[in-house]
Write a protein of this length. Structure first.
Length: 427
């Protein structure tokens, strides 16, 4: 593996930051709890979503003994514990540290890495990204500059299938045919081609260049998007053997479908989804019992159990987890809503459950207020609660939101949601 690159100052280009933050990043973590309406909230970063079984058991115990008993999956493959007592932070930190979930307390909020969850299992992709994942996490935890990243900064490691390459990460590394890796900063049309061995260090270097060029005044690369080409050029200047290339039209793959994942050698893994990302204590216990070696949390609020026999799927379905690709829950997400959040206009989760119809289509996300916490990137149906108790439903494509349908009565939401999810017109 290539050693960490030198971090000489980057000459900041003119008007580097499109957005200059005048306050600190308040993104919650495992050590910085957030005061929510239902108690304190902790967000535990799980790089690549990979949990050893003993780590998963420790998280389940913490949720049961310190919080509301449930584990809430995020759109970055992390875990939130809710309903915590405001004085439980010290005990939670001790538990997470003993489980190996806090390798660096200074870096715990910046270990945001998503990775292709089926990598190394189903024979797809060009490489197994797990070595990249371990190396990048180690490099992040060893970088003084990276400690200053915001809790919103995101790395993505894609094995070539295109599943996490479309998640609007700040730094994306994607395996390419022929053995090379392509590094992209933000949505730039320019790539840095590197050897697979150099990919983790290149990803960290890109983050450090961003931090130095923005002087820490921006949280995401999108806030300096007009200078992404300049940042890419600086990475190439510093990265031995890195070379520039024009970004191709990357085909985007799909998230793992619920059900049995076949291995080339005849083995199987299991893919499951949690309704609205919420996993009860009983469901978590079923998952940790069924797991053979580890759990992989996905950015789509799901779980992959590697190397588990297909006959275990029935028990997980009985526990209430989504195991069928035809489930009406597929593609439906929501924020915590009322009563978990004081800003939410209504109980969006109850309305989501009451509005489900089979058929699927575009993903749909229900938000209790205009902040839209947890809303996914890409094409989706944007459903926002209004102050009058209704909803505003619109389709978001290519960064643009189409005309909205206003629903005054939540009982009419199901029809509007079904129509929007099957809308294949350009807005």
């Amino acid at each position: 593996m290539l050693a960490a690159m030198p971090t000489a100052p980057v000459p900041p280009p003119a008007q580097t930051t499109a957005v200059s933050r005048d306050r600190g990043d308040a993104c919650p973590g495992a050590l910085r709890l957030h005061a929510a309406n239902d108690g304190a909230l902790a967000r535990v970063r799980v790089p690549g979503g990979v949990l050893k079984i003993d780590q998963a058991v420790a998280l389940g115990s913490a949720a049961h003994e310190l919080g509301d008993g449930e584990l809430h999956l995020t759109s970055r493959g992390n875990v939130q514990l809710r309903g915590l007592d405001g004085d439980s932070g010290g005990e939670l930190a001790d538990r997470l540290g003993e489980a190996g979930l806090l390798p660096s307390r200074r870096h715990e909020r910046v270990r945001n890495i998503v990775a292709s969850p089926l990598s190394g299992l189903d024979g797809r992709g060009y490489t197994d990204v797990r070595p990249w994942l371990r190396a990048l996490d180690d490099l992040i935890c060893g970088s003084e500059t990276a400690a200053g990243l915001s809790g919103r900064f995101l790395f993505a490691l894609d094995d070539g299938r295109g599943d996490v390459a479309g998640l609007d990460a700040d730094v994306t590394v994607r395996a390419m045919p022929g053995g090379e890796a392509a590094l992209r900063i933000g949505a730039s049309g320019h790539l840095v081609l590197v050897s697979p061995q150099d990919a983790p260090a290149g990803a960290l270097l890109a983050a450090e260049v961003f931090m130095q060029a923005s002087r820490g005044r921006a949280w995401r690369v999108t806030e300096v998007r007009e200078e992404a080409q300049t940042l890419t050029a600086e990475v190439i200047r510093r990265l031995p053997h890195g070379r520039a290339a024009a970004a191709p039209s990357w085909p985007m793959g799909e998230q793992p479908r619920p059900g049995v994942i076949a291995h080339p050698d005849g083995g199987t893994s299991l893919s499951l989804l949690a309704p609205l990302g919420r996993i009860t204590a009983i469901q978590w216990a079923e998952l940790t019992t069924a797991a053979s070696s580890e759990l992989r949390l996905t950015p789509w609020r799901g779980v992959v159990l590697p190397a588990v026999p297909a006959d275990r799927l029935a028990d997980l379905a009985t526990a209430g987890l989504i195991t069928e690709p035809t489930s009406p829950w597929l593609g439906v997400g929501a924020c915590i809503g009322r009563s978990g959040c004081a800003k939410s206009q209504t109980d969006v989760r109850a309305d989501a459950a009451a509005s489900l119809r089979a058929g699927g289509g575009l993903p749909a996300y229900l938000s209790g207020c205009e902040r839209r916490c947890g809303r996914p990137p890409g094409h989706h149906v944007d459903v926002v609660a209004t102050e009058t108790g209704g909803y505003r439903v619109s389709v978001r494509r290519d960064g643009h939101t189409g005309a909205a349908t206003v629903i005054d009565d939540p009982s009419h939401l199901a029809a509007a949601l079904a129509a929007a999810r099957t809308d294949d017109t350009d807005d």
